[in-house]
Design a protein around this ligand. Structure first.
Ligand code: FES
Ligand SMILES: [Fe+2]
Length: 392
């Protein structure tokens, strides 16, 4: 349901597809070979969002993740620097940390198998069973490092050595959310879901609102243009005829009287002070960074959603609701009003995605077809094809 206008309204034309386009081959959503190719060409090459930096706040704290088949360890060292490593011991390859999060005792990472220990810098500290064998080259004992980058408090890693530039896959200018104090936001709630669908199914669903009238009655009530099955005014071939209409059903934005995505549409308070009138009127602003991350910014909170592939038909979705500190400290603010509303929307999307996955196994269904309103699904497919075609 992206609405990050890619061009100024005055220069916009009808957004919809003008000819029939087919969707990707059905087998791409469950074939292990296709999945392996996408891991190599997409997930192991791009900058992948993992978590907010403040979820690994104290020195020696860590979190673990899995991207496809790759186990990842992110920790904060004694100098307050975030570091990422493959979660793999240099001895015989055991997983180092098995918990999703925790604290490393004594500023050391200790392998649970034969107890090799590593400093938080990744250097080997000690081998408990006798001295370090003289035949081990010193350069082969440190943990395998991974490139890490922090963007406004969002921690990204890149498994590639010849990595693409950070920000290459943001769908909009990085300035889109310039008026939101992203670095200062703090997590108020986090939810992790395991979706029984291929990762592309999730993004396809995200990139169209044809499903909104049937799947999201509550959201379609809050955002009237979604009730029309479109994301923004230029998705309507007759948009010129409605250009003068002032109602949100034709111009986008929240229903009259609503200020944010919450169960009653009311603002939680402590709104971001630098927003423009237009940013407040629209009430929801998307920034997407394929293949792992998107943000939706509202007047009083920001929602961050992160996707990681776990298998051909298994995907982890983690949602973080971010708030200004003032809201989290104010006993009069009930952040559940925001969390509950979008958690319901996400649950509706999750059910639709899983149902989509189940139907794709039908032998005669070689591929689907796209409606004009599904232009961003087509753009997603074009992006994927370009990624797969790129030389390694
Ligand atoms: S595999 Fe880690 S110490 Fe042996
Ligand atoms: Fe949806």
């Amino acid at each position: 349901m992206t609405n990050d206008a890619k061009a100024a309204p005055a220069t916009r034309e009808y957004s919809g597809l003008r000819r029939l386009e087919y969707s990707l081959p059905s087998s791409w959503y469950f074939d292990p070979c296709q999945y392996a190719l996408e891991l190599e060409r997409v997930w192991y090459r791009n900058w992948i969002y993992l978590c907010r930096a403040d979820t690994i706040a104290a020195p020696s704290s860590f979190r673990t993740f899995r991207i496809g088949t790759q186990p990842i360890l992110v920790l904060r060292d004694e100098a307050d620097t975030l570091r990422a490593f493959y979660n793999t011991c240099r001895h015989r390859g055991s997983m180092l940390c098995n918990e999703p999060a925790g604290r490393l005792a004594g500023n050391r990472i200790t392998c649970p198998y034969h107890a090799w220990t590593y400093r938080l810098s990744g250097e080997l500290a000690a081998i408990p069973t006798g001295g370090r064998p003289h035949h081990i080259p010193i350069g082969e004992t440190a943990l395998y490092p991974i490139a890490l980058s922090e963007w406004h408090g969002f921690v990204y890693i890149n498994l590639s050595q010849s990595s693409c530039r950070f920000g290459d896959n943001f769908n909009a200018n990085l300035q889109t959310l310039a008026n939101w104090p992203l670095s200062e936001l703090r997590g108020g709630h986090r939810q992790t879901m395991r979706l029984h669908c291929n990762w592309k199914i999730f993004w396809e669903n995200y990139n169209e609102c044809l499903h909104c009238p049937t799947v999201h009655p509550g959201l379609s009530n809050l955002v009237p243009i979604y009730r029309r099955g479109i994301m923004e005014p230029h998705d309507d071939p007759n948009w010129r005829a409605h250009a003068a209409a002032t109602t949100p059903a034709y111009q986008g934005g929240l229903r009259a009287g609503a200020a944010t995505w919450s169960v009653d549409g009311r603002s939680l308070g402590h709104e971001f002070p630098a927003l423009t009138d237009e940013e407040r009127r629209i009430g929801y602003h998307y920034v997407t960074n394929l293949p792992s991350h998107y943000l939706v910014a509202h007047v009083d909170h920001v929602r961050s959603s992160r996707l990681l592939p776990l298998g051909p038909d298994e995907t982890e979705l983690e949602i973080e609701w971010l708030f200004p500190t003032a809201s989290l400290q104010d006993p009069a603010v009930d952040i559940r009003k925001a969390c509950d509303f979008s958690a319901q929307v996400m649950a509706e999307d999750a059910a639709a995605c899983e149902n989509n996955q189940r139907g794709l196994r039908s032998a005669p269904h070689a591929h689907g077809m796209l409606m004009p309103e599904e232009y961003d699904v087509f753009h997603l497919h074009e992006w994927l094809r370009a990624q797969l075609a790129a030389a390694g």
